[in-house]
Ligand binder design. Sequence first.
Ligand code: PLP
Length: 373
Amino acid sequence: MNPRCEEFELDPGLVHLNHASFGVPTRAALHRVEARRRAIERDTATALGSALVAGLREQADGLAREIGAGAGSTALTAGSTEANAALATSLPLAPGDHVLLLDVEYPSVIRAWAVACERAGATLDLVRLPLPATRDGAVAAVGAAHPATTVVVLSAITSATATALPVAEVAALCRGRGAALVVDAAHVVGHVPLDVATLGADAVFGSVHKWLPVPRPVGFLWLAPPLRPVVRPAAVSLTWDSDDLVERFAWRGTWDPAPALGLSDALAEWRGWRSAGELDDAAAVAAHLDEGLTAIGLRQTAEARLRPPRLRAFLADGVDLDDLRRALDGAGVRAWTGRAPDGTTTLRLATHVYSEAAELEPLSAAVRAALRT
Ligand SMILES: Cc1ncc(COP(=O)(O)O)c(C=O)c1O
């Protein structure tokens, strides 16, 4: 067992390849959040009252620096869902407008924009991305957008299909057509570098608990200057109409800010892994698992240059999803399984500092068993 495992509450009897779904805080982060909760309880009037916005601002501005953004440009949210809901309920849509998303986008993100379009009398264009995904295929899919497209929503790294979509190329397309580009960066912070200053997007959101060791839920919403006065939380709370972006998202109604207040500590812990080369080691494990699974017949979801370092997904042609789930469960392997948009059974793996190349053995044995059934 990788000794790093002991820094997490992970069941040592299982193979853990699914932190991309819900995140995985370290034991140290869990202790810190508990200590922070106790400190809050000593004086809630101050901690949840007069001191709250300043505390969150420090964390939000620290995250902003990490993603190439300036102070005051980035709000903290409960995750991607909350941030996307704010965008879908705030960006102006009129009858006749079109909103474009690829069919590989996260289902609730698609749904939020479908609801927004329905309310506004706009049209949602859900465009097929042929798999395995290619850069040319993704650019062509967005390039064929209806001329009345006002918003494009694109994942920097897709969820089920683990594809690093060509955001810069799509941003250039959007600029040329006058459409706003919203980037879903749920799988970015703590995984691959993000520089919103050069990305060319109008809004970027994500769930930082997925790839940083911060207890869930913590997310963010960055807005380009023209959108800062426009975007409001979907849930109307006491601070909904604040001119200050950080304050506007600081009060969701009564909530527990302890995880969000630990963001800078999580960033420091993660930077330690990065400088020790442990994130690169985890990427090497992902490449090893990738090689092993494709050798036994799985198909990668994306061409090589679109494969993110520590998140890989595979199409298991002809394999029944329930059979795959049973085989993985039986082998004690935890990985995300589901269906690609065309219904093909899909397996997704995420590696971390505790991952090991030896995990290929139980993983490939389970996949082989599913392929045989
Ligand atoms: C690409 C993508 N977008 C949005 C979400 C929603 O994130 P959350 O549940 O943290 O709000 C996820 C969750 O897995 C995701 O993978």
